[in-house]
Design a protein around this ligand. Structure first.
Ligand SMILES: [Zn+2]
Length: 245
């Protein structure tokens, strides 16, 4: 609940700097959203092609909800590196719209409606109800940033589908930044970097590993390896954006 002073502050802020769509600059009602036209264009959910090894772990496939370019990239970067949590409203609208178009996820409507049509992978029944697991940051990075962007991005949209977010994975060793490394170097850099936290039972569960961005898939792949070792029945990956088409 906002106090009166905050409303006045918002009003002054809107007067001085009218909220604009971060992509096209058009005036928008809410400071934290894209305009509806741009939002529609940004939502481009697609199943990414994977190599054989990734396919063997991520048997439910990996979906990217948007393309890592222009408007989406800027907003994701501002959230991650500038801590602009006011952008989460728009990002949640984007992710919610994307998830609604990923087959085999629970539908947002009533519990009787079942999953999306056409999926190769059925998440049904209580005993294997899916859980979403964010790719973890190293504790030092988490302390410095103050939040895990993957968890912030996906927690609310998945809650709307009745899928709980369980921070089941942890980093068991620090890794070098992936930026500037080749695919082979990225893969080596991530090897054995993750483990499922003690006391978290993923056996027989359908696990959806979520991350903000997928580049080569080395991170998702290693997370999936750890989740598989913990006995998960099926694993899929969902990322907000990827440069891969
Ligand atoms: Zn726009």
């Amino acid at each position: 609940m906002k106090r009166r002073g905050e409303f006045v502050f918002d009003w002054i802020l809107d007067f001085l700097f009218p909220p604009a769509c971060p992509v096209c600059g058009r005036y928008i009602e809410q400071r934290d959203c894209w305009c509806s036209d741009c939002l529609k264009k940004l939502v481009q959910p697609r199943r990414l092609p994977l190599d054989a090894e990734m396919n063997s772990f991520l048997d439910g496939g990996v979906w990217a909800l948007g393309v890592y370019e222009a408007g989406l990239r800027d907003v994701l970067r501002r959230l991650k590196y500038d801590g602009r949590k006011n952008l989460l409203g728009g990002l949640h609208s984007f992710i919610g719209a994307g998830l609604a178009r990923v087959p085999s996820l629970p539908a947002p409507a009533g519990p009787a409606s079942g999953g999306g049509a056409g999926g190769s992978y059925a998440f049904t029944g209580m005993e294997n109800a899916p859980v979403a697991v964010p790719v973890p940051l190293h504790p030092d990075r988490l302390k410095e940033r103050g939040f895990n962007q993957s968890e912030l991005l996906f927690r609310e949209p998945f809650a709307a589908l009745g899928v709980p977010m369980v921070p089941a994975l942890m980093r068991v060793r620090p890794t070098a930044p992936q930026f500037g490394l080749t695919a082979a170097e990225r893969s080596r850099n991530m090897q054995g970097a993750f483990a499922v936290a003690a006391g978290t039972d993923l056996s027989g569960r359908m696990v959806i590993i979520v991350d903000d961005i997928m580049t080569t898939g080395a991170t998702l792949s290693e997370c999936a390896r750890a989740v598989r070792a913990a006995g998960a029945a099926g694993i899929m990956g969902i990322v907000a954006a990827s440069g891969r088409k």
